[in-house]
Design a protein around this ligand. Structure first.
Ligand code: PHE
Length: 467
């Protein structure tokens, strides 16, 4: 397999422009990683899977699998400098292997489309909650009232559909503007601002009297309760939260200047993403326990807990509005990443302008998203395999397509690309390189395969598909 030619980097440039600086790249990748996955999904998935043990498995997956796959995606992207489909094909051939590696890129394009279709619906909820916050709906409200407000809100398909449409509209608008003008501008202030607001909320939950209970729930592992399905969920969540396994980071890597350190950038992004997820948990679980709510509440968890805290604060309506605006922003910068592989591919493969591609891809995603809009109201009883349409899209993408994409990416970077090529991208064959290569060749692929095979849920799913 190690037949590729020596690895002095072929100097390619990207058709879609480049990041203006190393900081711009780090911001963009962080913007893609930090999103609903950290603040909406991580707490509710951790809650549904019993807390402590899940969180520990999640952290192990982030370090042992997420980190090497992130570095692999960036280095592959930068070396190929095309959309993920073309890059995988080009490098596959260049390394003396096969152009069929493009199917990994294609799988990523599809995963991105499927994820964004429901991601946009949840992002739409946050837009709805901006309005609810601004009009003071939460002030002084009890847990029961806030829970009912959420139920009524998602129960109304017209409003949810409108919010989904609005969100897809603004996403298409940014993607159509292109790399420098669109993506960079959107991420500059969002992550720092979100972090500040989360820290302010942390102050609130520290004083709630239930911080210890939240901490205990998140960090006291009870491995007896951990099923293989939960381990799969933790691994899937690591991929989802870090935006890995579908070519988003690969597409961003394609716009990365030659001299930037991939290891440094990856470490910064992984650390920031993980910090924000844990922070979200530390804010939300104390509120859950303080108000007698259920940590396994599901996708509504954030919308049932945070408004309670805001409702009791002075100036709560104001902070709540800002918070949901920032969350919508975080979702927006992630949505851009979800769309980028499909758009870059449409531009290059079908000779479209960026705007045309953004509209075609975005329009299809919008239509697909209607299934998830209806999953919480009209079609909530329409369940199969894993649950509603939303549940199935989420399970298929997070727990199957992303880890599978990550598996192939790790194998490609670790086994197909020759040592010279990867060492060239990662700045020489020092100890960090050796560690990366060990993780990418052995730990990540074996880990992913093992969890896949162990998770009976997955086997059931495949059996369900063929029946
Ligand atoms: N990482 C994003 C989040 O946590 C979601 C995402 C997944 C974005 C895959 C891009 C690619 O919300």
């Amino acid at each position: 397999m190690q037949t590729g030619q020596a690895g002095s980097a072929p100097k390619r440039t990207s058709l879609h422009g480049h990041w203006s600086s190393r900081m711009a790249f780090i911001l963009a990748v962080t913007g893609s990683a930090v999103g609903l996955g950290n603040i909406w999904k991580f707490p509710y998935i951790a809650g549904q899977n019993g807390g402590g043990a899940f969180v520990i498995v999640y952290l192990i997956c982030v370090v042992a699998i997420g980190m090497p796959v992130m570095m692999s995606e960036i280095l592959i992207g930068r070396r190929g400098r095309r959309n993920p489909v073309a890059t995988m094909e080009l490098l596959g051939k260049e390394e003396g292997h096969s152009g069929n590696w493009r199917f990994v890129g294609l799988m990523g394009v599809i995963a991105g489309i499927l994820i964004l279709s429901y991601y946009s619906v949840i992002a739409g909820w946050t837009l709805g909650y901006v309005v609810k916050s601004a009009t003071g709906s939460f002030s002084g409200a009890s847990a029961a009232v806030i829970g009912k407000q959420f139920g009524d809100f998602v129960g109304d398909w017209k409003i949810v559909g409108f919010c989904h449409t609005l969100f897809m509209g603004i996403t298409i608008a940014v993607v159509a503007r292109g790399v420098e003008r669109g993506l960079e501008q959107a991420v500059r202030f969002m992550v720092p601002a979100l972090l500040l607001l989360m820290l302010a909320l942390l102050g609130y939950s520290l004083n709630s009297g239930y911080f210890g209970a939240g901490l205990e729930f998140m960090f006291t592992p009870d491995f007896d309760k951990l099923t293989w399905d939960s381990v799969l969920a933790a691994m899937g969540q690591a991929f989802f939260s870090l935006s890995l396994g579908m070519g988003a980071i690969m597409a961003y890597g394609a716009y990365l200047p030659e001299e930037t350190s991939i290891t440094g950038a990856s470490t910064a992004v992984v650390a920031a993403d993980t910090f924000i997820a844990i922070l979200a948990g530390l804010v939300i679980f104390p509120l859950v326990f303080a108000n007698g709510l259920d940590p396994a509440d599901g996708p509504g968890l954030v919308f049932d807990t945070l408004p309670l805290a805001f409702g009791q604060m002075t100036g709560g309506a104001f902070f709540s509005t800002i918070f949901f605006v920032l969350l919508a922003f975080a979702a927006w910068t992630s949505a851009i990443g979800l769309m980028e592989p499909a758009v870059a591919w449409t531009v290059e493969h079908f000779n479209r302008t960026r705007s045309q591609a953004a509209i075609i891809v975005g329009g299809s995603i919008w239509a697909l998203g209607l299934g998830s809009v209806l999953s919480f109201n009209v079609l909530s009883e329409f369940t199969f395999m894993r649950g509603t349409i939303f549940d199935n899209f989420d399970f298929l993408t997070s727990n199957i397509l992303l880890p599978l994409g990550g598996l192939f990416i790790a194998i490609f970077a670790g086994w197909v690309m020759c040592r010279n090529s990867t060492a060239d991208e990662l700045g020489g064959a020092g100890p960090t390189y050796k560690l990366w290569r060990f993780l990418a060749r052995f730990v990540a692929p074996i880990g992913i395969l093992f969890v896949f095979l162990k998770a009976i849920g997955l086997l059931d799913y495949i059996i369900g598909l063929v029946q």
